[in-house]
Design a protein around this ligand. Structure first.
Ligand SMILES: [Zn+2]
Ligand SMILES: [Zn+2]
Length: 106
């Protein structure tokens, strides 16, 4: 993913409104400062233009993704456990039912 180019002058409208510029732009049309490739998340200047996020935000995003995956796993485990409980209960009922039949036969 490619980085976003923008102005990093905090006083500048481009920065405040998080305006994005095309690669052809070298200087900010508002304040005249040099444009930088910035992180799409924290808007910090990047030293490269190939990644959309800075290493910190990239890491945060991967962590979040893993966390979500973990949550999904937990959910499915819980769901499986819940199903197991239901099956156990049903099994118990059937067993008791058989016992009742036995009692009735006697
Ligand atoms: Zn500017
Ligand atoms: Zn960042």
């Amino acid at each position: 993913m490619k980085a976003i180019k923008s102005c990093v002058n905090k006083e500048c409208n481009s920065y405040i409104h998080k305006m994005k510029y095309k690669d052809e732009y070298v200087y900010c049309p508002f304040c005249g400062e040099k444009l930088f490739y910035v992180c799409a998340d924290c808007w910090m200047p990047l030293d490269h233009s190939t990644e959309k996020f800075c290493p910190d935000c990239q890491k945060k995003r991967t962590d979040k993704k893993e966390e979500n995956q973990q949550k999904m796993m937990d959910k499915s485990v819980k769901a499986a456990k819940a199903v197991g409980t239901v099956a156990a209960v049903v099994g118990g009922v059937v067993k008791n039912g058989k016992d009742i039949i036995k009692i009735v036969k006697k």
